[in-house]
Design a protein around this ligand. Structure first.
Ligand SMILES: Nc1ncnc2c1ncn2[C@@H]1O[C@H](COP(=O)(O)OP(=O)(O)O)[C@@H](O)[C@H]1O
Ligand SMILES: [Mg+2]
Length: 234
């Protein structure tokens, strides 16, 4: 499967320095996995087990101490910072527990933000649909057709996260990474967001990795991996 994998981790290790710098705190101790096109994976594990660290490495937001992370076969650690940032903005979408929307921008403008560096690099989305139209369509898709001009403060928590999902998809990523996306939501909004993630995965063919404490969300994923003592078990 390695040739076709969207994302592959090979023997990834990561440790952090203790705040006073005296000790090394090992977090990931040899994580390997491959995620195929369109695949859905839940990563579960106790708080502090390294799930967010793992997701940050998967998305090139941080680099491993040892081992490799291959995105469509290209080693993220071997890239320069600019190249890695480009790979990230074109191929990976992120959704976090807090929506991280820009407060002064409308929902529509927030969804358009990730298209700016990609357009600047002369790589506007192929397939004919201008980013502005795609942003509008995605907001309609996540059920916010009548909220395009609303700012985050004028939206509910669940609505803000749906804007964040639309934003994560706007550059047609190969991979969507979500870190406890339903963690701050009430039960009903959490269920709607979980269903939305699964639906867009099917429609867009985007691979999906979700870190979650929610048994309901994890059960919607095709594969479930547990992080314990720095290693993954299936
Ligand atoms: N930047 C950092 N510096 C030092 N320690 C960190 C840093 N980020 C995370 N850690 C430590 O790494 C461990 C795993 O954290 P994290 O990946 O956030 O776990 P999880 O998401 O599973 O709750 C924790 O013990 C945390 O304190
Ligand atoms: Mg976390």
């Amino acid at each position: 499967m390695s040739g076709a994998a969207v994302l592959e981790l090979r023997d990834v290790h990561k440790a952090f320095r203790s705040p006073d710098g005296s000790r090394s705190i090992p977090v990931l101790n040899g994580v390997s996995l491959a995620i195929g096109p369109g695949e859905t994976v839940a990563v579960v594990g106790p708080s502090g087990s390294g799930k967010s660290t793992l997701l940050a490495l998967m998305g090139g937001l941080d680099v491993s101490d040892r081992g490799s992370v291959l995105l469509d076969g290209a080693d993220l650690a071997a890239m320069g910072d600019r190249e890695r940032a480009q790979a990230r903005s074109r191929r990976i979408g992120f959704v976090f527990q807090s929506h991280r929307l820009l407060p002064q921008c409308s929902a529509w403008e927030n969804v358009l933000v990730p298209t700016i560096p990609v357009r600047r690099a002369g790589a506007a989305a192929e397939g004919g649909e201008p980013p502005s139209a795609r942003a509008r369509r995605l907001l309609e898709r996540v059920g916010l057709a009548d909220r395009l001009g609303h700012r985050p403060a004028e939206l509910s928590g669940g609505e803000c996260l749906r804007v964040a999902v639309a934003r994560a998809l706007v550059n047609r990523p190969r991979l969507l990474l979500a870190d406890e996306p339903t963690g701050s939501l009430d039960e009903r909004s959490a269920r709607e967001l979980a269903e939305l993630l699964v639906e867009v995965n099917r429609e867009e063919g985007t691979s999906l990795v979700v870190v979650t404490h929610s048994v309901a969300l994890a059960s919607l994923m095709g594969r479930r991996l547990e992080l314990h003592s720095g290693v993954l078990a299936g």
